[in-house]
Design a binder for this molecule. Structure first.
Ligand SMILES: [Zn+2]
Ligand SMILES: [Zn+2]
Ligand SMILES: [Zn+2]
Length: 141
């Protein structure tokens, strides 16, 4: 790789990051690639993959896996330990602060484990994807 390609990489990473920030929720590399090309920026799918993994490694993007593969999202809490609520219908997600996580160490210790890291995502249905009828949606006081 020469210098020209490297600076091209920076521009590509910015394009990918901006596309990720426009997405309403978790999105696959394939969907994101389609979106970028559709907006007029030619780019290879392998570049999108590579840059997404670099963003995830840097903590700028969240990544989760579901049945269809790996999904990415721009994280609103880069660098801070947190978890996610993820809508299984539309991929929208919220960054949530963890409560007291002492139970993780207690549970691990009971089995003789020392915890290195953990990932915890909560999957469900977001308010926008809630069924329109038959369910009373009440705001909590
Ligand atoms: Zn996040
Ligand atoms: Zn949803
Ligand atoms: Zn945690």
């Amino acid at each position: 790789m020469n210098a020209t390609r490297r600076s091209g990489g920076t521009a590509k990473r910015r394009t990918i990051r901006e596309a990720l920030e426009r997405a309403p929720g978790f999105i696959s590399a394939g969907q994101l690639h389609h979106e970028i090309v559709e907006r007029g920026t030619p780019m290879g799918l392998s570049t999108v993959y590579r840059q997404l993994h670099a963003l995830a490694d840097a903590g700028i993007a969240d990544t989760i896996s579901d049945a269809s593969g790996q999904l990415f999202r721009a994280c609103s809490r880069p660098g801070a330990h947190h978890h996610h609520l993820v809508c299984v219908y539309c991929g929208r997600a919220a960054d949530v602060d963890p409560p007291d996580e002492q139970w993780i160490r207690v549970a691990a210790a009971r089995h003789g484990f020392i915890v290195h890291r953990h990932e915890l995502e909560i999957f469900g249905r977001c308010a926008d994807c809630a069924p329109a009828e038959g369910v009373a949606i009440v705001d909590s006081p």
